[in-house]
Design a protein around this ligand. Sequence first.
Ligand code: FES
Length: 172
Amino acid sequence: MTNVPTTLIRPSDSSRDQLIPLLQEIQTREGYLSQTAMSDLAASLDTPVASIYGVATFYNQFRFAPLGEHVIEVCRGTACHVKQSLALHQHLQRRLKLRPDGNSADGRISVLTVACIGACSIAPAIKLDGEFYGHLTVEKLDALLDEITRPAGDSDKTAKEAEATLPKASLS
Ligand code: FES
């Protein structure tokens, strides 16, 4: 059984506003909202699990599958939108055959769409495993994907190529 954050549970916690902090805490702890966690939460609140899903699925901050080994955060803020970030996201959808949960077909890469990541001056920007990359094009994005999907053993060549071609950004 998942540890439901019972310290936060109050008798009226089944309302939407009161559910959100509980869902956030579970996601922070486990990385996503598993079926087990949702069922446990529903049981703890004496609420139908469908009601819990009804709230959780309304917000795109919640995930229902574990994150992959690599996480790409595609900024969809205004500056990035104007600079064609949608095309970058659509390219990722096609190339990685993204499932509805945002994970690649092989589950190794997760793609999240996020609000402004504070790098508007280098829009369109993404974060890959916590690092900023800016002034992206589909070609530069492909170079990044080649880098993280290359089989192990090619890493020396990859690192040199990446340094020469990838648009890693400094925000300072
Ligand atoms: S809008 Fe994308 S970094 Fe600000």
